[in-house]
Design a protein around this ligand. Structure first.
Ligand SMILES: NC(=O)C[C@H](N)C(=O)O
Length: 304
């Protein structure tokens, strides 16, 4: 196999939050920044849990922190499509009632994960797209911020480089995600992204698709993915990893197993974070880097 798979895990426990900041190839000197950003988000998620919030509240909060951090290319700082516009994708799911909410191809809003959460709570539909997603967001009280507020200079430079065929020397993927377990045994997962740099208008990746980018089931565990969305969709990666845990495989082997399958079957790279129903975590990547952090009653850890 040409892709080298790195995996880690087996630790964790009660009241855990695990986040990722995207599979990619971050330059060595920038890696500590990415790990620190993930740790800030995971600590915020863990704080929500320690104040009595649910796993769903915790993953939403952790992803919101990452969306607002321009270092990570979701929400503010999201990558641009081939016409220089933002189209955001996000999804969230809880593992007890298997309720889920998602938005895709959404521009103008800074908090796609909160809008996905509103869809989950509303309960009528799972996934809202483009102007319908924007209309739903306004109906639920969210205000558009204007696309200009979300576009960063780094995103413009990344698009220009991609259109000139220049390979980025340092990139973090364009996705963030979180999985959590709370005291009551609820699991939850959330993923948010700008998609891929220079994508065609209307392209939707794996991140807003329940089963591909995000999945949670209290009987097994929770997963968020990052990487080549077209491959993630075709192998239904998040659900497949959860099903591995349901079959008794631990979180780290479930994560590395599905990333190996992605490499072998489709020759595609990516990363996965997984939390089993006891809160033990696992993560795997076939890219050079995937920043991450985990915080729980048992302690905290982070890395790239
Ligand atoms: N970097 C990423 O994780 C991108 C995301 N999976 C997508 O294809 O939209």
């Amino acid at each position: 196999m040409k892709h080298v798979i790195h995996s880690l895990g087996g630790r964790g426990g009660r009241r855990s939050v695990l986040v990722h900041g995207g599979a990619g190839d971050v330059a060595p000197e920038r890696r500590p920044l990415h790990a620190a950003g993930c740790l800030r988000a995971a600590r915020e998620g863990a704080r929500v849990l320690s104040e009595g919030g649910s796993a769903l509240d915790a993953v939403e909060r952790a992803v919101r922190v990452l969306e607002d951090d321009p270092l990570f290319n979701a929400g503010t700082g999201a990558c641009l499509n081939e016409e220089g516009h933002i189209e955001l994708d996000a999804s969230i799911m809880e593992g007890r009632g298997l309720r889920a909410g998602a938005v895709c191809a959404l521009s103008d809003f800074a908090e796609p994960i909160a809008i996905a959460r509103a869809a989950l709570e509303d309960g009528r539909h799972v996934l809202y797209a483009a102007h319908g997603a924007a209309r739903f967001a306004r109906m639920k009280g969210f205000s558009p911020v204007g696309e200009a507020a979300l576009i960063t200079e780094a995103a413009r430079e990344a698009l220009a480089a991609a259109q000139q065929g220049i390979r980025a020397t340092s990139w973090a993927g364009n996705t963030v995600g979180a999985v959590a377990l709370d005291e009551g045994g609820l699991t939850a997962a959330a993923t948010s992204t700008g998609g891929t740099v220079n994508k065609r208008v209307g392209r939707v990746g794996d991140s807003p698709l329940i089963g591909a980018g995000t999945y949670a089931d209290d009987e097994a565990g929770a997963v968020s993915t990052t990487g080549h969305g077209e491959g993630m969709i075709r192998l239904v990666v998040a659900h497949s990893a959860v099903e591995r845990m349901r079959a008794g495989i631990d979180a780290v082997d479930a994560a590395s197993g599905i990333i190996a399958h992605l490499a072998e079957r489709l020759d595609i790279t990516g990363g996965v974070i997984a939390l089993d129903r006891t809160g033990r975590f696992g993560l795997a990547r076939s890219t050079a880097t995937m920043s991450w952090a985990a915080v729980g009653d048992w302690g905290e850890e982070s890395g790239v």
